[in-house]
Design a protein around this ligand. Structure first.
Ligand code: DGY
Length: 423
């Protein structure tokens, strides 16, 4: 029996369904298919319509680039309410898209779907080579020197666009001309909860740089004004590497499994090298400058999601999270509370996002920390129950922020409810 809220969540997914893919919100703020939104939305569909869940991921992979990259945005229809749209990106691929990627959650989601689908062979068989191609692309295009960590070239690739983690690296990017008059996002959500003007000018100048390089990975790597080995992004990829390895082994593909196992070994060592004992947290790395980034964004906690031994190796990491939770009404804030950069209303500078909550819940359980997982699960469900299906939430009051009736919040509500029973 589904509750009223679960029925409402399904209604939101239905309303945001554009036929084979969902838009993040019907408000006009994001009128296209977003990469990690779609994958995580599939976890919600999977609670009542497995076919539709697979379809969401399959539509995303229909826009995979010939070189293996899965773009952050696919523009399947009218994109006139979004900036930067196809007219700015100008990517010459079959499906109009952005020219950058997003966190690699697909293999993890596909594993979840496959394990709950009675005969997944055909659909999985079609997706597996595409998943592998995207992981190969990550390692070749974004870690050409074989460091073990991939670097991202745009804060948008992290999905955590305006996190303070990016402040210094973004300050190194020339602002280019002002795009204030072209922005559309602030017509749909209050400017106070969105990235700032100077950030947007740089976001767009980066896009123009990559477009001018013809999106050629080698040229982009050489000329990118920003290269960051973001710890959260790498942890998400590492988790996906493990899930891909599992799927390849099950499919009996020993050669490709060995290749992915090699990626995992290199990334394991490199991720561990980012543990900072004095700070008690993992730190990102400014690849362009060759210096660490000591800003505690929520991504710094995500090695818990990648590695079930992270907590026993580093109890300080769990203590750090506990301290964050002690300072807010609702966990988990996207940046460490109490720091000068912490802004409870502004996008990824403090608000709570349920998709990352899920990663931490899952990671904490696998790390033998069920009490903390339970706190985050309860907070997540209460946020929706009390404040609705917003894009993100104020960790101090719980108020819903950003776009309304959000697909991934609805999906996470359905999915997290299914996890209640697993405690
Ligand atoms: C946006 O437009 O805010 C997106 O996060 C970019 O992908």
């Amino acid at each position: 029996m589904s509750t009223d809220l679960e029925a409402r969540a399904r209604e939101i997914l239905r309303a945001n369904d554009r036929g084979g893919y969902t838009v993040p919100t019907s408000s006009g703020l994001y009128p296209a298919q977003w990469n990690w939104d779609s994958c995580l939305v599939a976890l919600g569909f999977a609670q009542y319509d497995m076919n539709r869940a697979w379809q969401e991921v399959e539509t995303l992979f229909s826009g995979q680039w010939r070189n293996g990259m899965v773009p952050s945005i696919l523009f399947h229809g009218d994109d006139s309410t979004y900036f930067p749209n196809t007219a700015i990106w100008q990517c010459r691929e079959q499906v109009p898209s952005s020219g950058i990627t997003q966190p690699a959650v697909a293999a993890t989601v596909v594993r979840y779907l496959a394990e709950r689908t009675p005969d997944a062979r055909e659909r999985l068989g079609a997706l597996l080579p595409k998943l592998l191609a995207s992981h190969r692309w990550f390692h070749a295009a974004r870690d050409p020197d074989g460091s073990g960590l991939v670097s991202i070239i745009h804060p948008w690739e992290s999905g955590m666009d305006n996190s303070p983690v990016w402040d210094a690296a973004l300050a190194d990017v020339p602002p280019g001309p002002s795009v204030a008059h072209l922005r559309k996002d602030t017509g749909f959500a209050a400017a106070a909860v969105r990235p700032t003007g100077p950030e947007y000018d740089r976001y767009i100048n980066l896009v123009v740089t990559f477009r001018d390089a013809g999106y050629d990975p080698e040229a982009v790597w050489r000329t990118a004004p920003l290269l960051v080995a973001d710890i959260g992004f790498n942890a998400i990829l590492q988790r996906a590497n493990h899930d891909l390895l599992h799927l390849l082994r099950q499919a009996g593909d020993t050669d490709c499994a060995a290749e992915v196992a090699g990626m995992i070994d290199r990334a394991d060592a490199a991720l561990e090298a980012r543990w900072s004992e004095p700070d008690g947290i993992y730190t990102s790395w400014n690849t362009k400058r060759g210096i660490p980034i000591e800003k505690p964004g929520i991504g710094c906690l995500l090695p818990l999601y990648a590695d079930p031994q992270a907590a026993s190796r580093h109890p300080a990491l769990v203590e750090r999270l506990r301290r964050w939770l002690g300072q807010v009404k609702y966990g988990v804030p996207s940046f460490e509370p109490g720091r000068p950069e912490f802004e409870p209303l502004r996008y990824w500078r403090g608000p709570v996002w349920l998709v990352v909550n899920w990663m931490l819940i899952d990671g904490l359980r696998r790390n033998g920390q069920p009490d903390l997982a339970q706190r985050i699960l309860a907070d997540s469900l209460e946020l929706v129950g009390t404040h609705g299906f917003g894009e993100y939430f104020d960790p101090l009051t719980g108020n819903a922020l950003g776009g309304p009736e959000f697909s991934w919040t609805a999906a996470m509500y359905l999915f997290l409810n299914s996890l209640k029973e697993d405690v």
